[in-house]
Design a protein around this ligand. Structure first.
Ligand SMILES: [Zn+2]
Length: 330
């Protein structure tokens, strides 16, 4: 997505909406454990028109975001799965940049237990340099749940615990449902004048016409359109919570650190194989599966080939290769 596409006006009267009603998923780092020349450490942008959220913030994530044409000032939230360095080490640098830019709009940072103490320790040591940047930290515990993004109505975010070696949460990011399409011809034929009244009808509201008639706007509006959703599950061994997180999602992003021959190694390190990720996606009936978090020792395309024997729509994530996600886009 270009910067222009992300530059819709904001403000109380300029509700940001995606005209195409899609999410764009942009992997910013797809390597496990450490960055390589081809793959950065874990980070993935989920963008709508005018705003985006960042899932994980491995080293180099902010530079990758700039390369992807994402405006840092449009970032609504950083959703950290766990505090291992390959998912976290880019966050102090990103916060420092936002502080230097003089950002005044609050940034939400969600993460597992311990993230508040960690960021506070970095701040005390002078490592953050966030200036007056208002950072709102949501420290997750237990079953997770809804992550509120105050003053930001672009995204719905839900967190759910995963099964790794340290406290870890996956996230599901969706666009809110929208009213269905307005049958303009029928509305005009019923005598609703173009302008503010028609706009009210478009939202499905009841309006009073100049001639005194009350008209139920919902008569002219089709069924609600479901917002697209992306579930982000890493790092984790195969677990039921990942299934629930990805249940019916249009895209499940799941870690696939190793090929299936090394399933035991994956399990012992708290990770999954591509085949295991595909089983999760199949059980969840996720529309598509995006594999990421590849060990530098694996061939990602081979991992994806293995996974395709289980789930028909599998892509091996590549850094900066964005993918559009629409609701029900099978
Ligand atoms: Zn990792």
């Amino acid at each position: 997505m270009s910067d222009e596409e992300l530059s819709a006006e904001r403000g109380p009267n300029a509700r940001v909406r995606t005209s195409s009603f899609r999410l764009r998923v942009v992997p910013l780092g797809t390597s496990a454990g450490r960055p390589t020349l081809a793959r950065g450490a874990s980070a993935l942008a989920i963008a709508a028109e005018g705003a985006w959220v960042l899932c994980d913030c491995g080293e180099g994530a902010q530079v990758a975001a700039l390369r992807a044409g994402l405006s840092l000032s449009r970032l609504d939230a950083v959703l950290v799965t766990h505090l291992h360095g390959d998912h976290f080490n880019g966050l102090p640098g990103l916060l420092g940049t936002l502080g230097l830019e003089g950002r005044e709009r609050p940034l939400t940072v969600a993460g597992p237990r311990g993230i508040v103490a960690l960021l506070e320790a970095l701040a005390r040591a002078g490592s953050l340099g966030i200036g007056t940047l208002p950072v709102r930290i949501v420290e997750l515990d237990g079953e997770g749940g809804s992550v509120e993004l105050p003053e930001q109505e672009d995204f719905l975010v839900v967190a759910r615990p995963l099964a790794h070696r340290v406290p870890t949460y996956g996230y599901r990011v969706s666009l809110p449902d929208r009213p269905g399409t307005l049958d303009v011809e029928a509305a005009l034929a019923a005598g609703i004048p173009p302008g503010p009244l028609l706009a009210e009808v478009k939202e499905g509201r009841t309006v009073v016409l100049p001639d005194g008639r009350r008209v139920d706007g919902s008569r002219f509006v089709g069924p609600d359109r479901r917002g697209p959703s992306v579930a982000y599950a890493l790092d984790t061994t195969p677990c039921q919570d990942a299934v629930e997180l990805g249940r019916g999602a249009d895209m499940l992003v799941h870690e696939s650190t190793y090929e299936n021959a090394r399933a035991e190694l994956a399990r012992s390190r708290g990770h999954s194989t591509g085949v295991e990720a595909a089983r999760i996606a199949a059980e969840a009936q996720a529309g598509t599966l995006l594999l990421t978090h590849f060990s530098p020792s694996v061939d990602a395309e081979r991992v994806a080939d293995e996974a395709r024997e289980i789930h028909p729509r599998v892509t091996a994530a590549a850094d900066l290769a964005g993918i559009d996600v629409a609701a029900g886009s099978l």
